[in-house]
Design a protein. Structure first.
Length: 319
């Protein structure tokens, strides 16, 4: 298990409300930098146009993104209560769960913690958007050099100290059942690393804690079977996405890597996004399993796109 440093307490604001998921940062600084912290504001605004109301039948369940699902039992208990409360507040109307990016993994995990009888009563459907089901090469950059989202004033090495401590970092590393034995994720002048070389990789970036976190994730249960509700796996593709990190002499691990690009949504690799296709063929036929794709839209931009919002309207209005 992971925990905060002694004397440190984290509080996640706005559980049940929507404000803390509409903007990751609602400060003027974020706005003046191009409104870079806008997140689900377009989704909630559209829902209000369709007759929904914030805090009544649009509700949010923000979580501490540092911890992987297996460490968040209390969160999932709160989420279950929130779903039941929302169902009751709205004339016993089943709830549609909408999750983006890693939230899709949390939603999938949650739906395997509750009974089928509970899901049949309370859940209308599950919409997972641009979810990295099998990880993403981008996370290797976070671990190796640190990731600052392209915001140059942010020091990558300082951020890296924080980022390496997250359980969710190792949760989102490329998984070996989706990346082949010979597929190189990180290339250096002296050593190449695949999804089967994480023990050596963590040693060589001088981050032994990474192996402990990785073992905790690897030995935890993440059921990738059909969630047992009507499920809509939504992803975008057609945008250059990091497929391999290449470090020149003297650059590994602290310097900048050259990113070799491949298929995906700009953040998540296509092979990870489309892993949910297995549900179309493997589910028991009682619940919908639909894959919906959009071309040429980036990872977060999909949440703002009119075609996605029209699709979402069709799903959430189904009763």
């Amino acid at each position: 298990m992971s925990s905060n440093a002694p004397g440190v307490e984290f509080r996640i604001p706005g559980f049940g409300e929507t404000y803390s998921v509409e903007y990751i940062d609602d400060s003027w600084a974020a706005y003046l930098m191009g409104n870079i912290a806008a997140y689900l504001i377009h989704v909630t605004d559209e829902l209000t146009k369709w007759g929904y109301s914030r805090g009544k039948d649009i509700r949010a369940a923000p979580y501490d993104f540092r911890y992987a699902p297996h460490s968040q039992n209390q969160y999932f208990e709160r989420l279950r209560h929130l779903v039941e409360e929302t169902y009751t507040m709205n004339a016993n109307t089943p709830v549609t769960l909408v999750a983006h990016s890693m939230g899709g993994i949390f939603g999938q995990y949650f739906l395997h913690t509750v009974s089928q009888k509970w899901k049949d009563k309370y859940i209308n459907g599950f919409v997972a958007v641009n979810t990295p089901w099998k990880g993403t090469v981008m996370i290797s950059n976070l671990y190796t050099s640190g990731y600052n989202w392209g915001i140059t004033p942010l020091d990558r090495e300082i951020l890296r100290m924080q980022q390496r401590s997250w359980e969710t970092g190792v949760l989102l590393l490329p998984q070996e059942d989706a990346w082949g034995e010979s597929e190189i994720l990180v290339r250096t002048p002296t050593r190449n690393y695949t999804a089967r070389d994480y023990e050596d990789y963590f040693r060589d970036i001088e981050h032994p804690l990474g192996n402990e976190l990785f073992d905790n994730i690897r030995h935890s249960s993440y059921d990738m079977d059909h969630p047992g509700v009507d499920t809509y796996c939504v992803y975008s593709y057609g945008t250059d996405t990091p497929e391999q990190l290449v470090y020149d002499e003297g650059e590994f691990p602290d310097g900048d890597a050259t990113m070799m690009m491949g298929a995906g949504d700009g953040t998540v690799n296509l092979r990870s996004l489309e892993y949910c296709k297995q549900w179309i063929y493997n589910h028991n036929g009682h619940y919908v399993a639909d894959v919906v794709t959009f071309k040429g839209i980036e990872h977060i931009d999909l949440l703002f796109h009119k075609d996605f919002l029209l699709f979402l309207k069709r799903i959430v209005m189904m009763k």
